[in-house]
Design a protein around this ligand. Structure first.
Ligand code: PMP
Length: 460
């Protein structure tokens, strides 16, 4: 029996924006239209999306870092089909399946040191919520410390340790006793921890909003301070884990073992929502410390067989296709290429990158004409400048990228870890062209983005 759903979806492909506008999120559809990102993608393979006109778009966004192994990986698809055909006994709840045990065993073998007790989740934010609860229960201390600009998800607990004003506002009061410290500042961290009453310090090993990378000595220093003051260290690697930075986990770059590691995004190859909290047996046993408390923290879908199978298959692909090494090699090629462009284009002031997680920082130019335009644009809207990079990258070069956060003037790339040297070079050539236009006051780039400012102001 073949389903009608795919046929109907094809039939209604052109209704996508109308449906979304009516039933889901009209403001988002307006944004897509205004910035020209309404390409209506109808297919995807590997590092490429295919739009309704059959044009291939190089996906340097990867679903916010979900598609580390590329889109629609055939091996993971095959494994999922096999699991469905096998009619496994998933989600019995009052029994346990071998598949979640196998994925937990694999994650324990990959995670640093003695991190071996796994709790499966459905998303990144759910992993963060669980990690915060584990830390509070294991230490008996409820205070939490997080970093400025941190992003750990948008449910209320995760939001309480989120360092971005635009997400927090209208939701306060959030959890009490959550303290923010600057990233890369050990002194500020020590000042918050030295009372000995902080349960956890949570940080993204590499910060996603803006792509901020720890200084060489930071993480070791963080580890020492947490040990000294009895605080658990939670590393949120929802985005930077699973090969993204050129190591399986970003903490491996600095040889630091967190007490709790949170992963999600790329774990299922993008097919099924999944995530995991990986911690020590000691911490886990403090939460689940009796038979009555065997469900002290639980969820309904976390251990579902499809997610577990996708996780096993994805990790196999990451290893077999040497994607961690590829992320490092191609990532360095991109970072070097961008730094060469930064020497030539004054507004590209810094390139912060590690593996295939790179932020391009833009800043006020020195030349008179450009400086005036920069100031004017920022007066209109703090977030407009980056559109002068991301819009032509998509429009003229068919490359999808993203703005890295509000008011930061940073464009970010998170390509699949499968990209080739040719893909990297295509991106660098496109950046050269886009930067050239942005540095010319006579071309159309500034006008386009100022018009955009006017249109967004009018439709706000
Ligand atoms: N932590 C980090 C570092 C993230 O980047 C994200 C998502 N961008 C989250 C947590 C939240 O994940 P989710 O959207 O799956 O809840």
């Amino acid at each position: 029996m073949s389903s009608e759903i795919i046929r109907k979806v094809k039939e209604r492909s052109a209704d996508n924006y109308g449906l979304h506008r009516q039933y889901i999120n009209p403001q988002f559809v307006r944004v897509l239209e205004v910035i020209g990102f309404n390409r209506n993608y109808v297919g995807a393979e590997g590092a490429y999306l295919i739009d309704k006109n059959g044009k291939e778009v190089l996906d340097f966004l990867a679903g916010f870092g979900v598609y580390n192994i590329g889109r629609n990986h055939p091996y993971v698809a095959e494994v999922l089909k096999e699991v469905m055909e096998a009619k496994t006994a998933s989600l019995v709840q009052m029994d346990v399946s071998p598949m979640c045990g196998m994925l937990a065993e694999k994650l324990a073998s990959l995670a640093p040191g003695d991190l071996e007790a796994v709790f499966f989740t459905n998303s990144g934010t759910e992993g963060v919520e669980g990690a915060l609860k584990f830390a509070r229960q294991a230490t008996g201390k409820h205070k939490l410390v997080h970093c400025d600009h941190a992003f750990h998800g948008l449910t209320l607990g995760s939001l309480s340790v989120n360092g971005n004003r635009e997400f927090r506002e209208r939701n306060e009061p959030l959890l009490p006793d959550c303290i923010s410290v600057p990233f890369n500042d050990l002194e500020a961290l020590e000042n918050t921890l030295k009372g000995g009453d902080v349960g956890a310090f949570i940080l993204e090993t590499v910060q996603g909003k803006g792509v901020f990378i720890p200084d060489e000595a930071y993480l070791k220093g963080v580890r020492e301070l947490c040990d000294r003051y009895g605080t658990l260290l939670i590393a949120d690697e929802v985005q930077c884990g699973l090969g993204r930075t050129g190591k399986m986990f970003a903490v491996n770059h600095w040889d630091v073992k967190p007490d709790i590691l949170v992963i999600s995004k790329a774990l299922s190859g993008g097919y099924i929502p999944v995530g995991a909290i990986i911690t020590t047996r000691d911490i886990h046993s403090k939460v689940f410390d009796s038979m009555e408390r065997c469900f002290a923290h639980s969820n309904t879908f976390g251990q579902n067989d499809l997610a577990m199978a996708a996780g096993l298959a994805t990790l196999e692909i990451i290893e077999k296709e040497n994607l961690v090494e590829n992320a490092e090699r191609i990532g360095n090629r991109i970072i070097d290429g961008l730094r060469e462009l930064a020497n030539r284009y004054e507004m590209l002031t810094e390139v912060r990158g590690i593996g295939l997680m790179t932020g391009m920082q833009f800043g006020e130019p020195k030349s008179m004409g450009l400086k005036a335009s920069w100031k004017l644009l920022h007066k209109m809207n703090e977030d407009l400048f980056c559109q002068m990079i991301t819009m032509p990258l998509l429009d003229r070069h068919d490359i999808l990228t993203q703005v890295a956060g509000h008011g930061l003037d940073t464009v970010k790339i998170l390509p699949p870890l499968t990209i080739t040297e040719e893909d990297a070079d295509k991106f660098l050539e496109a950046m050269d062209d886009v930067l050239k236009s942005a540095h010319s006051l006579t071309g159309s780039a500034w006008k386009t983005v100022k018009d955009l400012g006017v249109r967004t102001a009018k439709t706000a």
